[in-house]
Design a protein around this ligand. Structure first.
Ligand code: NAD
Length: 306
Protein backbone atom coordinates (compact mmCIF):
# COMPACT_ATOMS: atom_id res chain seq x y z
CA UNK A 1 0.00 0.00 0.00
CA UNK A 2 1.08 3.55 -0.67
CA UNK A 3 2.16 5.21 2.54
CA UNK A 4 0.88 8.76 3.02
CA UNK A 5 3.85 11.09 3.40
CA UNK A 6 3.21 14.10 5.61
CA UNK A 7 5.52 17.10 5.66
CA UNK A 8 5.29 19.27 8.76
CA UNK A 9 6.44 22.87 8.54
CA UNK A 10 8.87 24.27 11.07
CA UNK A 11 6.89 25.08 14.22
CA UNK A 12 4.34 22.26 14.05
CA UNK A 13 4.32 20.99 17.64
CA UNK A 14 5.72 17.55 18.46
CA UNK A 15 2.42 16.45 20.01
CA UNK A 16 0.66 17.09 16.72
CA UNK A 17 3.34 15.20 14.77
CA UNK A 18 2.85 12.19 17.03
CA UNK A 19 -0.86 12.21 16.26
CA UNK A 20 -0.26 12.65 12.52
CA UNK A 21 1.72 9.42 12.60
CA UNK A 22 -1.72 7.71 12.87
CA UNK A 23 -2.20 8.68 9.24
CA UNK A 24 1.18 8.24 7.62
CA UNK A 25 4.89 8.82 7.69
CA UNK A 26 5.78 12.20 9.20
CA UNK A 27 8.67 14.38 8.02
CA UNK A 28 9.76 17.65 9.64
CA UNK A 29 11.27 20.85 8.33
CA UNK A 30 13.70 22.82 10.46
CA UNK A 31 13.20 26.22 8.88
CA UNK A 32 10.85 28.24 6.67
CA UNK A 33 13.44 28.42 3.91
CA UNK A 34 11.61 28.18 0.58
CA UNK A 35 14.38 26.26 -1.20
CA UNK A 36 14.42 23.68 1.57
CA UNK A 37 10.61 23.39 1.49
CA UNK A 38 10.52 22.94 -2.30
CA UNK A 39 13.06 20.16 -2.07
CA UNK A 40 11.31 18.36 0.79
CA UNK A 41 7.77 18.65 -0.58
CA UNK A 42 8.41 16.90 -3.93
CA UNK A 43 7.12 13.47 -2.91
CA UNK A 44 4.81 14.45 -0.02
CA UNK A 45 1.02 14.07 -0.02
CA UNK A 46 0.21 16.37 2.88
CA UNK A 47 1.79 19.66 3.99
CA UNK A 48 0.95 20.77 7.52
CA UNK A 49 1.56 24.46 8.21
CA UNK A 50 0.65 27.09 10.78
CA UNK A 51 0.49 30.82 10.07
CA UNK A 52 3.96 30.34 8.55
CA UNK A 53 5.59 29.62 6.13
CA UNK A 54 4.12 31.28 3.08
CA UNK A 55 2.91 28.47 0.86
CA UNK A 56 3.69 30.11 -2.47
CA UNK A 57 2.71 29.14 -6.00
CA UNK A 58 6.33 28.12 -6.49
CA UNK A 59 6.11 25.65 -3.61
CA UNK A 60 2.76 24.29 -4.81
CA UNK A 61 4.14 23.80 -8.31
CA UNK A 62 7.10 21.81 -7.10
CA UNK A 63 4.83 19.45 -5.12
CA UNK A 64 3.72 16.94 -7.73
CA UNK A 65 2.15 14.49 -5.24
CA UNK A 66 0.50 17.04 -2.94
CA UNK A 67 -3.19 16.44 -2.14
CA UNK A 68 -3.76 18.55 0.95
CA UNK A 69 -2.43 21.62 2.73
CA UNK A 70 -3.56 21.30 6.34
CA UNK A 71 -3.67 24.24 8.72
CA UNK A 72 -4.51 23.55 12.37
CA UNK A 73 -6.11 26.89 13.25
CA UNK A 74 -8.09 29.48 11.34
CA UNK A 75 -6.15 31.84 9.04
CA UNK A 76 -5.12 30.54 5.62
CA UNK A 77 -3.89 33.86 4.19
CA UNK A 78 -0.36 32.45 4.03
CA UNK A 79 -1.47 29.80 1.52
CA UNK A 80 -1.75 30.59 -2.21
CA UNK A 81 -5.34 29.41 -2.50
CA UNK A 82 -5.59 30.09 -6.23
CA UNK A 83 -2.53 27.93 -6.97
CA UNK A 84 -3.99 25.12 -4.81
CA UNK A 85 -7.35 25.32 -6.58
CA UNK A 86 -5.73 25.12 -10.00
CA UNK A 87 -3.92 21.94 -9.01
CA UNK A 88 -6.91 20.40 -7.23
CA UNK A 89 -5.13 20.56 -3.87
CA UNK A 90 -7.49 20.77 -0.90
CA UNK A 91 -6.93 23.22 1.94
CA UNK A 92 -8.29 22.27 5.34
CA UNK A 93 -8.33 24.24 8.57
CA UNK A 94 -10.02 23.92 11.96
CA UNK A 95 -11.99 27.07 12.83
CA UNK A 96 -14.45 24.99 14.91
CA UNK A 97 -11.71 24.19 17.41
CA UNK A 98 -11.75 27.64 19.00
CA UNK A 99 -15.51 28.27 19.13
CA UNK A 100 -16.02 27.62 22.85
CA UNK A 101 -12.78 29.32 23.86
CA UNK A 102 -13.64 32.56 22.06
CA UNK A 103 -17.22 32.47 23.32
CA UNK A 104 -16.05 31.96 26.90
CA UNK A 105 -13.56 34.82 26.62
CA UNK A 106 -16.40 37.03 25.37
CA UNK A 107 -18.42 36.24 28.48
CA UNK A 108 -15.35 36.71 30.68
CA UNK A 109 -14.71 40.12 29.18
CA UNK A 110 -18.35 41.11 29.62
CA UNK A 111 -18.35 40.22 33.29
CA UNK A 112 -14.98 41.88 33.86
CA UNK A 113 -16.29 45.02 32.17
CA UNK A 114 -19.72 45.17 33.79
CA UNK A 115 -18.39 44.34 37.26
CA UNK A 116 -15.28 46.52 36.95
CA UNK A 117 -13.12 43.60 37.98
CA UNK A 118 -9.79 44.95 36.67
CA UNK A 119 -10.46 48.38 38.05
CA UNK A 120 -11.22 47.06 41.53
CA UNK A 121 -8.35 44.60 41.38
CA UNK A 122 -5.85 47.30 40.42
CA UNK A 123 -7.05 49.61 43.17
CA UNK A 124 -6.81 46.86 45.73
CA UNK A 125 -3.32 45.89 44.61
CA UNK A 126 -2.33 49.47 45.31
CA UNK A 127 -3.85 49.11 48.76
CA UNK A 128 -7.07 51.01 48.02
CA UNK A 129 -10.32 49.50 49.27
CA UNK A 130 -12.95 51.58 47.44
CA UNK A 131 -16.13 49.64 46.99
CA UNK A 132 -18.07 52.71 45.95
CA UNK A 133 -16.06 53.05 42.75
CA UNK A 134 -16.72 49.46 41.80
CA UNK A 135 -20.47 49.41 41.49
CA UNK A 136 -21.29 47.21 38.53
CA UNK A 137 -24.14 45.93 36.38
CA UNK A 138 -25.52 42.43 35.92
CA UNK A 139 -26.02 40.57 32.67
CA UNK A 140 -29.31 39.25 34.01
CA UNK A 141 -32.22 41.31 32.79
CA UNK A 142 -30.24 42.99 30.01
CA UNK A 143 -30.66 42.72 26.27
CA UNK A 144 -27.57 41.27 24.63
CA UNK A 145 -27.04 41.75 20.90
CA UNK A 146 -24.97 39.20 19.01
CA UNK A 147 -23.69 40.45 15.63
CA UNK A 148 -22.70 37.53 13.38
CA UNK A 149 -24.58 34.35 14.24
CA UNK A 150 -22.04 31.71 13.20
CA UNK A 151 -20.23 29.22 15.40
CA UNK A 152 -19.02 31.66 18.05
CA UNK A 153 -22.09 33.92 17.98
CA UNK A 154 -24.38 30.94 18.60
CA UNK A 155 -22.28 29.67 21.50
CA UNK A 156 -22.23 33.16 23.05
CA UNK A 157 -26.02 33.28 22.73
CA UNK A 158 -26.39 29.95 24.55
CA UNK A 159 -24.15 31.08 27.39
CA UNK A 160 -25.73 34.52 27.70
CA UNK A 161 -29.22 33.03 27.89
CA UNK A 162 -28.12 31.07 30.94
CA UNK A 163 -27.49 34.41 32.68
CA UNK A 164 -31.08 35.45 32.12
CA UNK A 165 -30.49 38.00 29.38
CA UNK A 166 -32.67 38.42 26.35
CA UNK A 167 -30.69 37.76 23.20
CA UNK A 168 -31.05 39.44 19.82
CA UNK A 169 -28.91 38.29 16.93
CA UNK A 170 -28.23 39.93 13.58
CA UNK A 171 -26.91 37.89 10.68
CA UNK A 172 -28.55 38.27 7.27
CA UNK A 173 -26.89 35.07 6.02
CA UNK A 174 -28.39 32.71 8.57
CA UNK A 175 -31.78 31.11 8.06
CA UNK A 176 -34.73 32.06 10.23
CA UNK A 177 -34.97 28.51 11.62
CA UNK A 178 -31.58 28.75 13.32
CA UNK A 179 -32.66 31.78 15.38
CA UNK A 180 -35.84 29.96 16.39
CA UNK A 181 -33.96 26.79 17.28
CA UNK A 182 -31.47 28.72 19.42
CA UNK A 183 -34.26 30.65 21.14
CA UNK A 184 -33.00 34.11 20.20
CA UNK A 185 -34.78 37.03 18.60
CA UNK A 186 -33.77 37.85 15.10
CA UNK A 187 -32.90 41.48 14.43
CA UNK A 188 -33.84 42.36 10.88
CA UNK A 189 -31.25 45.12 10.60
CA UNK A 190 -28.03 46.13 12.27
CA UNK A 191 -29.70 49.32 13.47
CA UNK A 192 -32.49 47.38 15.12
CA UNK A 193 -29.99 45.29 17.05
CA UNK A 194 -27.93 48.32 18.05
CA UNK A 195 -30.97 50.24 19.24
CA UNK A 196 -32.26 47.38 21.41
CA UNK A 197 -29.09 46.07 23.07
CA UNK A 198 -27.49 46.99 26.38
CA UNK A 199 -24.49 44.82 25.53
CA UNK A 200 -23.31 44.19 21.96
CA UNK A 201 -20.77 41.52 21.03
CA UNK A 202 -19.17 41.11 17.61
CA UNK A 203 -18.72 37.70 15.95
CA UNK A 204 -18.65 38.47 12.24
CA UNK A 205 -15.97 37.49 9.77
CA UNK A 206 -13.96 40.39 8.41
CA UNK A 207 -14.88 41.24 4.84
CA UNK A 208 -15.68 44.34 2.80
CA UNK A 209 -19.15 44.47 4.29
CA UNK A 210 -18.13 44.09 7.92
CA UNK A 211 -15.02 46.28 7.85
CA UNK A 212 -15.81 49.40 9.87
CA UNK A 213 -19.31 48.04 10.57
CA UNK A 214 -19.16 49.66 14.00
CA UNK A 215 -18.59 53.19 12.73
CA UNK A 216 -19.30 56.49 14.41
CA UNK A 217 -22.76 56.38 12.90
CA UNK A 218 -23.44 52.82 14.09
CA UNK A 219 -22.33 53.74 17.61
CA UNK A 220 -24.71 56.69 17.58
CA UNK A 221 -27.57 54.21 17.03
CA UNK A 222 -26.67 52.31 20.21
CA UNK A 223 -28.34 52.88 23.57
CA UNK A 224 -26.54 55.55 25.54
CA UNK A 225 -24.12 53.89 27.96
CA UNK A 226 -24.20 50.50 26.20
CA UNK A 227 -21.24 48.12 26.30
CA UNK A 228 -19.36 46.76 23.31
CA UNK A 229 -17.23 43.63 23.18
CA UNK A 230 -15.08 42.72 20.20
CA UNK A 231 -13.42 39.32 19.96
CA UNK A 232 -13.85 39.04 16.17
CA UNK A 233 -11.46 41.17 14.11
CA UNK A 234 -10.18 44.63 14.96
CA UNK A 235 -11.05 46.25 11.66
CA UNK A 236 -14.75 45.57 12.20
CA UNK A 237 -14.68 48.56 14.56
CA UNK A 238 -13.59 52.16 14.00
CA UNK A 239 -11.28 52.54 16.99
CA UNK A 240 -11.20 56.36 16.73
CA UNK A 241 -14.99 56.45 16.95
CA UNK A 242 -14.82 54.18 20.01
CA UNK A 243 -12.54 56.59 21.78
CA UNK A 244 -14.84 59.55 21.16
CA UNK A 245 -17.91 57.55 22.19
CA UNK A 246 -16.27 56.51 25.45
CA UNK A 247 -15.28 60.10 26.21
CA UNK A 248 -18.78 61.39 25.53
CA UNK A 249 -20.46 58.60 27.51
CA UNK A 250 -22.32 57.28 24.47
CA UNK A 251 -20.59 53.98 25.28
CA UNK A 252 -20.41 52.82 28.90
CA UNK A 253 -17.45 50.54 28.34
CA UNK A 254 -15.58 48.55 25.76
CA UNK A 255 -13.73 45.23 25.89
CA UNK A 256 -11.33 44.32 23.11
CA UNK A 257 -9.37 41.21 22.25
CA UNK A 258 -8.59 42.32 18.68
CA UNK A 259 -7.33 45.60 17.20
CA UNK A 260 -7.06 47.42 13.89
CA UNK A 261 -3.30 46.83 14.06
CA UNK A 262 -1.76 44.17 16.29
CA UNK A 263 -0.11 44.86 18.62
CA UNK A 264 -2.27 47.98 19.02
CA UNK A 265 -0.72 51.42 19.04
CA UNK A 266 -3.81 53.21 20.30
CA UNK A 267 -2.64 53.86 23.87
CA UNK A 268 -5.09 56.74 24.27
CA UNK A 269 -7.98 54.34 23.84
CA UNK A 270 -6.50 51.47 25.84
CA UNK A 271 -5.61 53.82 28.67
CA UNK A 272 -9.23 54.74 29.34
CA UNK A 273 -10.55 53.41 32.60
CA UNK A 274 -13.66 51.86 31.03
CA UNK A 275 -11.70 49.95 28.40
CA UNK A 276 -10.41 46.48 29.10
CA UNK A 277 -8.19 44.64 26.71
CA UNK A 278 -6.51 41.31 26.08
CA UNK A 279 -3.79 40.48 23.53
CA UNK A 280 -5.80 38.45 20.96
CA UNK A 281 -6.14 35.41 23.21
CA UNK A 282 -9.63 34.27 22.17
CA UNK A 283 -8.34 31.01 20.77
CA UNK A 284 -5.44 30.68 23.18
CA UNK A 285 -6.35 27.73 25.35
CA UNK A 286 -4.80 24.32 25.81
CA UNK A 287 -8.10 22.78 24.77
CA UNK A 288 -8.14 24.55 21.41
CA UNK A 289 -4.85 22.99 20.50
CA UNK A 290 -6.02 19.48 21.40
CA UNK A 291 -9.32 19.97 19.57
CA UNK A 292 -7.58 21.39 16.50
CA UNK A 293 -5.43 18.27 16.30
CA UNK A 294 -8.45 15.96 16.68
CA UNK A 295 -10.43 17.83 14.04
CA UNK A 296 -7.46 17.98 11.67
CA UNK A 297 -6.96 14.21 11.87
CA UNK A 298 -10.66 13.52 11.16
CA UNK A 299 -10.69 15.92 8.20
CA UNK A 300 -7.43 14.55 6.79
CA UNK A 301 -8.74 10.99 6.94
CA UNK A 302 -11.88 12.07 5.16
CA UNK A 303 -10.08 13.95 2.39
CA UNK A 304 -7.54 11.16 1.90
CA UNK A 305 -10.28 8.53 1.87
CA UNK A 306 -8.77 6.61 4.83
P1 NAD B 1 -18.38 31.82 11.39
O1 NAD B 1 -17.97 31.84 9.97
O2 NAD B 1 -18.91 30.56 11.98
O3 NAD B 1 -19.43 32.98 11.68
C1 NAD B 1 -19.31 34.27 11.15
C2 NAD B 1 -20.71 34.77 10.88
O4 NAD B 1 -20.64 36.12 10.41
C3 NAD B 1 -21.44 33.98 9.78
O5 NAD B 1 -22.62 33.39 10.29
C4 NAD B 1 -21.76 35.04 8.73
O6 NAD B 1 -23.01 34.85 8.10
C5 NAD B 1 -21.76 36.30 9.57
N1 NAD B 1 -21.67 37.50 8.77
C6 NAD B 1 -20.96 37.72 7.63
N2 NAD B 1 -21.19 38.96 7.17
C7 NAD B 1 -22.07 39.53 8.02
C8 NAD B 1 -22.70 40.80 8.07
N3 NAD B 1 -22.45 41.73 7.15
N4 NAD B 1 -23.53 41.05 9.09
C9 NAD B 1 -23.79 40.13 10.04
N5 NAD B 1 -23.24 38.89 10.03
C10 NAD B 1 -22.39 38.60 9.03
O7 NAD B 1 -17.06 32.30 12.20
P2 NAD B 1 -16.76 32.08 13.75
O8 NAD B 1 -15.90 30.87 13.90
O9 NAD B 1 -17.99 32.21 14.55
O10 NAD B 1 -15.79 33.35 14.01
C11 NAD B 1 -16.33 34.65 14.15
C12 NAD B 1 -15.22 35.67 14.27
O11 NAD B 1 -14.35 35.39 15.37
C13 NAD B 1 -14.31 35.77 13.05
O12 NAD B 1 -14.04 37.12 12.78
C14 NAD B 1 -13.04 35.13 13.50
O13 NAD B 1 -11.94 35.66 12.80
C15 NAD B 1 -13.02 35.54 14.96
N6 NAD B 1 -12.14 34.72 15.80
C16 NAD B 1 -11.40 35.35 16.75
C17 NAD B 1 -10.56 34.63 17.57
C18 NAD B 1 -9.76 35.32 18.65
O14 NAD B 1 -8.72 34.83 19.03
N7 NAD B 1 -10.24 36.42 19.18
C19 NAD B 1 -10.42 33.24 17.40
C20 NAD B 1 -11.21 32.62 16.44
C21 NAD B 1 -12.06 33.37 15.64
Amino acid sequence: QNVIKILCAHGVPEEMKKRLAEIGQVFSLNSHDEVEIKEAIRDKHVFVVRSKPRVTRDIIESASQLKVVARPGVGIDNIDQEACREKGIRIINTPEASTSSVAELTIGLAIALLRRIYYGCNLLKRGEWVKGKCTGRTIEGKTWGVIGFGGIGRRVAELVKAFGAEVYAYDPYVEEGVFVEKGVRRALSLNELLAKSDIVSLHVVLNQETENMISEEAISKMKRGAYLINTSRGKVVDQKALYQALLSGQLGGVALDVYDTEPPTDQELLGLENVICTPHIGGNTEEVFVRATDILIVKLKEVLGL
